[in-house]
Design a protein around this ligand. Structure first.
Ligand SMILES: [Zn+2]
Length: 489
């Protein structure tokens, strides 16, 4: 089966044929100016599934995701808090890792940062000036000359007039053409800056990704991904810069963009102050539920976030969990427990349904990563597993049947893992996990302190009761030589 991916550049699904090994995959990452919100997580969970699926198809993948750690808003936030921009970026880079780990998103192979790519950026700008694709008017800025790149607009399918209509020149800029954009900006007071051939300054946003992608993956890559709002101008500009500099086309073979996550009729965004962070959401919802919410729609479909949509996702998570535990209970059913004379047909059918499930799952995923369809196949199978388990059907040759069922369970677990789910083993575990989420660290620490005091007073049973209570809420205490630590079960 061949994998087909929708390419924003051609506006159609294309067969996936990578340039070589490994598959070179770049995704525009976070500007760490605050914790990631649900819109960001939609992008990163999607990329996580695409990456896992490519691995499943036998490709080695080198996945690169940057941090735009030099940015106006990071600088402004640092100034308002009286800390350095670097400290702000560090804090929210940590916030990113914390959020993604909770969502079971695999870490990138490398996370380049703008602040560590300055020499590569300057090298590219110099090359662009030398080739006539950029100019330094002498005010400390450098601009890309859009007129030098005739295919400008090919990704966003805009004509030169479309681009011109939306172009602005702000005071202080010295552009030859309103469509031109900054590659380097002269330093302003109180802002971080780096020395350059054009004076102290900092890079423009677009050149950063061209340089980081080139530094980590080379001149040409297979997949370049991001949010839909990046198609223009960010990705359009990246193409113009990279192809002008390397004289190699295409810069990226497949351009992958997700559908936007909206609140009401607007995009969820830090700038619109209508966002919910991942960490806030995970205080109320199990990470499996949030991941399932994202994957329940095709990744290119725009979605409108509501609290009710997570309630629905929770129900669907329960279907999967119940299906899995039904299968496990059928396997665990001892031979002597078998109902005499009952037909083994339902079990045989369930086992053959599992191999069919696998085919249909891959069929769905091969069609531009259709996780919604893949999940619907898993739900159908789960329902059937529950139905068969209620029949308690094992009657003939329990060993052979157990083997078939074990294979079905392995298949089910494998497919679920391709989607990146770390599924609770039962509905009880799901609930336990949710209760644990509601417990914040301060509450847990207070309970540990109370327990330590009870132990000092040799009130063992009361102390044990606290441990037991935390355990039912999914918190495991571990006593060591330096006191008690805790972890989520
Ligand atoms: Zn980017």
């Amino acid at each position: 089966m061949t994998l087909r991916i929708y390419n924003t550049l051609s506006r159609r699904k294309e067969e996936f044929q990578p340039l070589g090994d490994p598959v070179r995959f770049y995704c525009c990452g976070m500007t760490p100016k605050f914790h990631p919100h649900l819109g960001h997580a939609k992008l990163f969970v999607t990329m996580d599934v695409i990456r896992r699926y490519l691995g499943e198809k036998g490709y080695r993948v080198r996945y690169v995701q940057n941090f735009t750690d030099v940015d106006d808003k990071i600088i402004a936030r640092g100034l308002s808090e009286g800390v350095s921009a670097a400290a702000v970026a560090r804090r929210y880079t940590d916030g990113y890792f914390h959020s993604m780990e909770a969502l079971n998103v695999q870490p990138a192979d490398v996370y380049p940062r703008v602040s560590q790519t300055i020499s590569g950026i300057i090298e590219m700008i110099q090359g662009l000036i030398a080739g006539g694709n950029a100019y330094a008017p002498g005010n400390g800025d450098v601009y890309f000359r859009v007129a030098s790149f005739p295919s400008y607009g090919k990704l966003s399918h805009r004509t030169a007039d479309d681009v011109l209509a939306g172009a602005r020149v702000t005071v202080g800029e010295e552009k030859e053409d309103p469509r031109d954009f900054a590659l380097w900006k002269a330093a302003k007071e109180d802002e971080p800056s780096w020395p350059s051939p054009w004076g102290a300054g900092r890079p423009g946003w677009h050149i950063e990704c061209s340089a980081m992608s080139r530094q980590e993956l080379g001149d040409q890559i297979d997949i370049h991904a991001g949010g839909p709002d990046l198609i223009f101008p960010h990705h359009e500009n990246e193409i113009a810069q990279s192809e002008s500099f390397t004289h190699k086309e295409p810069f990226a073979r497949y351009w992958v963009h997700i559908g936007q996550l909206n609140v009401g009729s607007e995009k969820m965004a830090h700038s619109l102050n209508n966002f919910t962070t991942v960490l806030e959401t995970l205080e109320r919802h199990h990470p499996v539920v949030l991941r399932l919410y994202y994957l329940s729609q095709h990744y290119r479909t725009p979605v409108t976030y509501t609290d009710e949509s997570l309630v629905l996702a929770r129900k669907q998570a329960e279907h999967l969990i119940e299906g899995r535990s039904a299968l496990a209970s059928l396997i665990a059913q001892p031979a002597q427990d078998a109902v005499k004379g009952s037909s083994p047909a339902p079990v045989r059918e369930l086992a053959s349904m599992a191999s069919d499930l696998s085919l249909r799952f891959f069929e769905a995923m091969d069609d531009d990563f259709n996780t919604a369809l893949a999940l619907s196949r898993l739900y159908v199978f789960s329902r059937e597993a529950v139905r068969v388990s209620q029949m308690r059907p094992i009657g003939h040759d329990p060993q052979a049947q157990h083997e078939a069922l074990r294979l079905a369970l392995t298949t089910f677990d494998h497919l679920v893992s391709i989607l990146g789910f770390d599924l609770p083993r039962s509905s009880v575990e799901l609930v336990r996990g949710e209760r644990a989420l509601a417990l914040d660290a301060a509450t847990i620490e207070a309970a540990i302190a109370r327990r330590a005091e009870l132990r000092r007073q040799r009130k063992w049973s009361e102390a044990d009761a606290i441990r037991e209570q935390l355990l039912t809420q999914g918190i495991v205490l571990e006593d060591g030589s330096h006191g008690t630590t805790w972890r989520r079960a």
